[in-house]
Design a protein around this ligand. Sequence first.
Ligand code: G1P
Length: 244
Amino acid sequence: MKGVVLAGGLGSRLRPLTSITNKHLLPVYDRPMIYHPLGTLAGAGVKDVIVVTGGNSAGDFMRLLGDGRSLGFRCLNYAFQEREGGIAEAIGLSRAFVGDEKFVVILGDNILENPITPYIEAFSRQEGGARVLLKRVSNPRDYGVAQVENGRVVSIVEKPSDPVSDLAVIGVYMYDARAFELIETLKPSGRGELEVTDLNNAYIRMGQLEADEITGWWSDCGASIDNLLEANVRVSEIMGRERP
Ligand code: G1P
């Protein structure tokens, strides 16, 4: 399965840290933020990866990550997003790289304590469609929120003012290649972006979206300075635990 890492955006919620660099290059404990989602993909056996980025710091990703072999990848590709077109638009830029295969997307600011291997394996067995990962949170208004009925996700609402549950849809998404056709049908949201939540709702309408609730700690560490600070502390604790 191929991997897509999204590392664009303005990082406006982390200014002034992001005034002169890309959010995903900021440190989280002992390494740049993007190393963490890349490690999650490598740990799940994903060998071929594309990084979608943009803006003035795009070249820094190549200098930092190179051909990806030292990170455990067979090949690392790059795509450039010209404007703030949203997560679904960024996914669309990976089309030529992904081809007809199933693929997994991870947002470059999402850090997970536990491996995603079981979910990738479940998606490999899934006939087609899409699979999303859920985590209970105390602040669902900040995320895409899933409404679950009889164990199935029946809708996802992006950053609702009145959330129907505390189940956030985290920034790890698995799709079949039909995602690219669906992205072409999406209309920009109020903030002028193609929303990943609209893509996921398109799969729900086709009855082809599965979901797993993850175990362990997870953070969207680009969402606020406090999340970034907490992620630094948690990652240091997790790595300290794993050290012999
Ligand atoms: C994005 C998605 C949101 C999801 C979140 C997870 O939000 O739009 O649905 O819950 O990532 O990190 P963003 O952080 O880009 O605002």
